[in-house]
Design a protein around this ligand. Sequence first.
Ligand code: SUG
Length: 450
Amino acid sequence: MKSVEVNFDGLVGPTHNYAGLSFGNVASGKHAGQVARPRAAARQGLAKMKALADRGIAQAVLPPHERPHTAVLRQLGFTGTDAQLLSAAWRQAPELVTACYSASAMWAANAATVSPWPDTTDGRTHFTPANLSSMFHRSLEPAFTGCLLKALFADEDAYVHHDPLPAGIYFCDEGAANHTRFCPDHDAPGVELFVFGAYAFGADRARPERFPSRQSFEASQAIARLHSLPQARTVFAQQHPTAVDAGVFHNDVIAVGHRNLFFCHENAFLDQQAVLDAIADKMAPAPMHFIEVPAAAVPLQSAVGTYLFNSQLINVSAAPEGEDLIIIAPGECEQDATVKHYLDALVAANNPVNAVHYFDLRQSMRNGGGPACLRLRVVMHSKQIERMRPRVFIDDTVYAELTAWVDKHYRDSLSAEDLRDPDLLIESRAALDELTQILHLGSVYDFQRH
Ligand code: SUG
């Protein structure tokens, strides 16, 4: 049985905006209050999906969540029609309204942790939606994410869907952004790396001082237990507090793994050598390949500023001659002389990276989301792909329909002031309603059911 890793990219929603909601995410703070371009944002994401699909990568799309999230405003005591409750909330608690408008579900790497069937003791693929409980605007995502994953991965013999972990700081969990699977090939049992920012318990332990840790050790352990992963093939590693304090709010801002390759900064982890040794030991006899980038070549600040490590590493099947392992990097890496120099040298060495392709994802990048943030990886074999009923795989037709849909429904620009316009809710629902038809999703959204 030949399996592939499918990239499920989050489709940017119609309310994409810059509200500065994520403390500790340097880009989100820096661009707070700027005018966003929802149509360009969605187009940029779709262009990446199309480029990967064209290179033979199995590429699918995850639909946006319904925003504004009016249900939570009702839960918080606002009443009346949607327009009335939004206007009352604007008057009393505008910060709640901006949170309810966030299109943050686009960063699918935070949707869930996924352990594919070759790794688990029951031979099924396990999903746990991330509770995202560190940030209010993101804590609105797990309920719908769970529904969506169940709708997409519906076969009970093949998939297990767990509930998100209990909300709160003890078990704060940010999903696949802090989880990496290593394997010799996708059908073989893999080694799963769980990265956390700090221990919830134990005040004497190392922890970041400036910015919050968004993943606890306790959450990572709970997910490994739920996913029935053997200890012999599981590694836990703590982020270096210096990295978190420099803006590495998720591990995927400082490290990325692909099959038996790990590309990371030398200041990613506490006891870094022990972490890399543990991965290599647990992978043995299969070999591991590490590219550990020294701070002297790429300072932590440049890594955070360019999102070098939020690149995707992919093996391409339909590639031009001579390309096999390529890096999908944010355009910001090309514009930064230090990082560009590093990447040029990496490609010149041709071992094992053969090429770098830069993508303009600036709209997402300004909120702290690079190429790897936008995708959730799920290992699937051909039968599982064939059985997936929603039409979420990107091919020429789906791409053409989605770009036409974006052009029809999305605004060119969105400022903080524009979020006060009640028409935005109506426009967004009209867009999502049509999207469910394009993707053959059925009535998944709340507004379609009530
Ligand atoms: O959770 N930004 C997201 C970015 C997530 C990036 N994902 C990964 N690294 N995998 C976050 O901080 C900003 C929204 C705003 O400020 O309006 C935001 O939520």
